[in-house]
Design a protein around this ligand. Structure first.
Ligand SMILES: Nc1ncnc2c1ncn2[C@@H]1O[C@H](COP(=O)(O)OP(=O)(O)OP(=O)(O)O)[C@@H](O)[C@H]1O
Ligand SMILES: [Mg+2]
Length: 233
């Protein structure tokens, strides 16, 4: 197996809407399989842009991105979708839940799309929703739930298929500190148990302390990259 799960080579992302924005500027980065990375930096520094490029939801203006050694620019739309469906759990800043599906259905959908039976998918989704403390809200629609609850559905959905890579954009941003802490523990346990590689965007020092590596961005560049210690027990 390739030791590197993600590699970025001189990646630049320029948005042309209105004024030209250099969201990422000649950024190079290697993420090893099994690493836990806290991605930090002020608002607008390019963190979400970086996650969107790593999972192939957006394409770089210049440079190359490799997932398990495969150049993402060589994948067509179907292959790119399949990569995300099978290998990358994504927790978006905006959750991206399907409004017409219940909590259970939102989480089970990923498994159904992978070809699992309804029975198996529902059972596993239920288990995952229990892990994030939502077993009492299985049949609620996203609109019928609080921001923190929606965030937890998004977390359950990203984790339900045990992806080798988890990209999490401020996964505990809307949660009270106790719920946030239990979600972080869930993520770290996942890493311990399955070797999941985790990249987590956070503004929170305590959350970052759970990770082995801390990358700080500014103006679309990495300005600090520290492997500070093993994660806390
Ligand atoms: N679709 C877009 N069109 C134009 N500009 C964009 C777009 N998406 C992001 N940007 C700009 O690119 C820069 C980086 O944005 P990004 O969302 O990656 O920041 P971020 O570090 O995730 O910030 P935050 O902490 O607020 O979530 C910002 O200046 C933003 O305004
Ligand atoms: Mg962001």
């Amino acid at each position: 197996m390739n030791d590197l799960i993600v590699r970025l080579e001189n990646v630049t992302k320029i948005y042309h809407t209105g004024e030209k924005v250099h969201a990422l500027d000649q950024l190079s980065l290697e993420i090893k399989r099994g690493e836990t990375v806290a991605l930090m930096g002020v608002s607008g520094s390019g963190k979400s842009t970086l996650l969107n490029l790593i999972c192939g939801l957006d394409v770089p203006t210049e440079g190359h991105i490799y997932f398990e050694g495969v150049d993402l620019s060589s994948l067509n739309d179907n292959e790119s979708t399949r990569l995300r469906r099978e290998k990358i759990g994504i927790i978006f800043q905006t959750f991206n839940l399907l409004p017409t599906l219940s909590a259970l259905e939102n989480v089970a959908l990923t498994l159904r799309l992978q070809g699992n039976s309804k029975k198996k998918s529902d059972a596993r989704a239920k288990e995952m929703l229990e892990c994030v403390g939502l077993s009492h809200r299985l049949s609620h629609l996203p609109d019928e739930m609080s921001g923190g609850e929606r965030q937890r559905i998004a977390i359950a959905r990203a984790l339900v298929f045990n992806p080798p890579l988890l990209l999490a954009d401020e996964p505990t941003g809307n949660l009270d500190s106790q719920t946030g802490e239990s979600i972080l523990e869930l993520l770290i346990n996942l890493h311990r148990q399955f070797g999941t590689t985790i990249v987590i965007v956070t503004h929170n020092e305590l959350a970052a302390a759970h990770c082995q590596r801390r990358i700080t961005m500014r103006d679309g560049r990495i300005v600090k990259d520290e492997v500070h210690r093993q994660e806390q027990p």
